[in-house]
Design a protein around this ligand. Structure first.
Ligand SMILES: [Zn+2]
Length: 311
């Protein structure tokens, strides 16, 4: 479940998606719940499914299987998802933070298959984070660890959805790319970006598309965003000493024009030996790492073990 889309899939223990569906997210809790039920029931049709894991943006209380706080998807806050959804889908349900799920997806099926230390950063409506150290997902005392999007990178910067100012999320998310595009367009009056800005509101996808066609305005937006992203990543590299930093979420479609400047910032700011070991790259599962990771985190309520590991 994301700020704009819901994606559901049936995933095998080998990481193959047998079926997929997509629906838009709703800001109404009732519609959101019925869309979830519909997506799950539709996608499982004809397959033998052992359980479901819902990957949601925000802080998930591990004990209660409930989203306590979700700045980019308020509709889901406070709903006892397990109690509400299980009777409507007839399957055991686990709830997990989306970026933790994405990190697990990359470790289990993507970039991390040969590593044990991985930091995942997802760039979408917000910025999510997941940290895997020694092959274990870092959860912290309350299950709230890894909120990498809410480290401060600019003390008096723009207001973040969390209420703070200058979080990495507000400087480098997919949403920030759209906002920055409007500012940068004024500096490149002859660019395709500036022309589009006069017609309508620019979103992150427009910038990726224009940058791929070589537009200098769009490339400048991605370079600036990449530098902010890299400032955050450099700190994560210093703190966690990961082998891989995987960048996922929709905004990673922008590719090298975004990741190149981020890598350069990591090279300038992170310390050796961590800096020399780490590889920063786009998630191999792209925006779907959360869906694959969620599947791998679905638990058997009887044994407490991951269903795909048992299969
Ligand atoms: Zn924040």
């Amino acid at each position: 479940m994301g700020g704009t889309k819901i994606a559901a899939g049936v995933i095998t223990p080998q990481g193959e998606a047998l079926s997929r569906v997509r629906y838009p997210t709703s800001s109404s809790p009732e519609i959101l719940l019925s869309t979830l039920v519909r997506a799950i029931n539709e996608v499982r049709e004809g397959f033998e499914v052992g359980g479901v894991c819902l990957s949601v943006p925000g802080f998930v209380s591990e004990r209660e299987n409930r989203v306590v706080y979700s700045p980019n998807l308020h509709a889901v806050e406070g709903i006892p998802l397990k109690e509400v959804l299980e009777p409507r889908i007839g399957l055991p349900l686990t709830v997990e933070n989306d970026a933790n799920a994405a990190a697990w997806g990359e470790l289990r099926f993507g970039l991390g298959r040969e590593v044990e230390h991985l930091v995942m950063v997802t760039l979408g409506t917000g910025i999510g984070g997941g940290v895997i150290s020694h092959g274990i997902l870092l959860r912290g005392a309350q299950g709230a660890a890894g909120e990498l999007g809410h480290v401060t990178v600019l003390p008096d910067g723009p207001r973040c959805a969390c209420g703070n100012r200058g979080c990495l999320e507000v400087m480098a998310s997919g949403t920030s790319i759209g906002r920055r595009a409007r500012e940068v367009a004024a500096r490149y009056p002859g660019s395709a970006l500036a022309e589009l800005a006069m017609e309508r509101e620019i979103v992150g996808e427009d910038v990726s598309r224009l940058a791929a066609a070589g537009d200098e305005g769009a490339l400048a937006v991605l370079a600036e965003t990449g530098r902010w992203l890299g400032m955050g990543l450099a700190s994560f590299v210093n703190v966690f000493n990961p082998e891989v930093v995987a960048i996922g979420g929709g905004a990673v479609d922008a590719g090298e024009p975004l990741l190149g400047p981020a890598r350069e910032e990591v090279r300038l700011r992170a310390r050796p030996p961590s800096r020399d070991l780490v590889v920063v790259k786009g998630a191999t599962l792209g925006p779907e790492s959360g869906m694959f990771g969620a599947a791998a985190l679905a638990r058997d309520p009887k044994t407490g073990r991951y269903i795909l590991d048992e299969a």
